[in-house]
Design a protein around this ligand. Structure first.
Ligand SMILES: Cc1ncc(COP(=O)(O)O)c(C=O)c1O
Length: 390
């Protein structure tokens, strides 16, 4: 009896936890991933403005705690987890992004997933750029809406999809069209044709969801994102913007900016918002401090420095002149090998492989930040050339 029990434990354990075949397959394909601590010169983080360790944010964190500020929220926002820091941040962010309302969520991933799941109904059609982030895709796929994938940044393809979607939604009562894009694409660094896509949204009565994860803080005249001017002209009647707070803002979480109706609907029906502990109030407080820096003269100085670096990197490696510079290698294993060699020379740069990027486009994602000197780019370029030409 005892023997049979042990046999059962061993067999079931083996079945439940043995993923070696899958792990080995990833290794054989050059797609195995492991966690590596930061080391060397940062050419990989999304801390574009260098705010993650900024003295003003450190000081703000210390004085917040010394003055008795709470660390954890203790519950969902709809219960006791709604804190004064969340309310203050949302009011400030609405003003900063010139939005009717803002909602602070735990992460950009959570925001994207819940947004589409909550707002898009089975009568709706979501048209999405093929390169939108995994979190947007997750939300789109988990929503009840029909969806259409469109070739990257191709306005004609978006228009064809809109025509198609219009026929589908007009057949059902109250169906809407959604267009999901990023302002600056996370793996290619190129910018969406926002004006043309907004015109389509107007023409086809669609809602444009702009993920500003990589635009916030660094793009727009005042660091409000690529959509800053579009919003100044048209407001939020048919726009929703997402501003993740863990990239140029240097903190964590995400701000959704939208009309009253959209934000109310999220508060009332977004499962990822309702059934989740609120982000730390300390975090909300620091995001607000970060927005204050971004909107200040210091924000302008940091953006100007970054622009200089972006231009220089574009001259050396091509790309779109933003702070994300893809150096496409192609083969997965080769990309990892080059990244390893660069890491050994003191550069923290990582290989990005499928499924994060399309097949055969494994790459080094060079990401610039305002604290880097231009001489650093020359030194990196020399090391890179030495490795690929050897
Ligand atoms: C375009 C885009 N949207 C959303 C996210 C998710 O944001 P967060 O890291 O806050 O979950 C990312 C993160 O990499 C991203 O690149």
């Amino acid at each position: 009896m005892r023997q049979a029990w042990w046999l059962w434990v061993r067999v079931s354990r083996g079945r439940l936890i043995d993923f070696h075949d899958k792990i080995d397959a990833l290794k054989a394909k050059g797609r195995y991933r492991s966690l590596t601590l930061p080391r060397g010169v940062d050419l990989t983080s999304n801390d574009y403005l260098g705010l993650a360790g900024h003295p003003v944010l450190r000081e703000a964190a210390i004085s917040y705690l010394q003055n008795g500020g709470d660390i954890g929220a203790g519950g969902s926002r709809l219960l006791r987890g709604h804190c004064a820091e969340h309310a203050a941040l949302e009011e400030y962010a609405a003003m900063f992004f010139a939005a009717p309302r803002a909602l602070y969520l735990s992460s950009g991933y959570q925001a994207n997933v819940t947004l589409f799941q909550t707002l898009a109904t089975r009568h709706d059609v979501i048209i999405f750029d093929e390169y939108v982030h995994a979190s947007a895709r997750e939300g789109i796929q988990n929503s009840h809406a029909q969806h259409m994938r469109v070739q990257h940044n191709d306005v004609n393809a978006f228009e064809d999809a809109c025509k198609n979607a219009q026929q589908k939604v007009s057949a059902t009562a109250g169906g809407k069209i959604w267009i999901s894009i990023e302002s600056v694409y996370s793996m290619d660094g190129d910018v969406a044709p926002l004006d043309a896509l907004y015109k389509l949204a107007e023409r086809y009565d669609a809602m444009l969801v702009i993920d500003e994860a990589h635009g916030t803080g660094v793009m727009g005249a005042n660091g409000k994102g690529v959509s800053e001017e579009l919003i100044a002209q048209h407001g939020y009647a048919r726009i929703v913007t997402l501003h993740t707070c863990g990239k140029a803002m240097g903190v964590a979480g995400s701000l959704m900016c939208a009309s009253d109706g959209v934000i109310d609907m999220m508060i009332n029906a977004a499962r990822g918002f309702i059934y989740s502990t609120a982000p730390m109030p300390l975090q909300a407080y620091l995001v607000q401090k970060s927005l204050e820096i971004i909107g200040s003269g210091e924000g302008d100085v940091r953006r100007a420095r970054l622009d200089g670096l972006n231009k220089k990197a574009q001259q050396i490696f091509g790309g779109s002149g933003t702070c994300i510079v893809p150096i496409v290698i192609g083969d997965d294993a080769r990309a990892v090998e080059i990244a390893d060699m660069l890491q050994r020379k003191g550069w923290d740069i990582r290989a990005i492989r499928p499924p994060s990027v399309p097949e055969a486009t494994a790459r080094l994602r060079l990401s610039l930040n305002a604290d880097l000197g231009e001489d650093v780019l020359d030194a990196f370029a020399a090391d890179y050339a030495g490795i690929v030409n050897s």
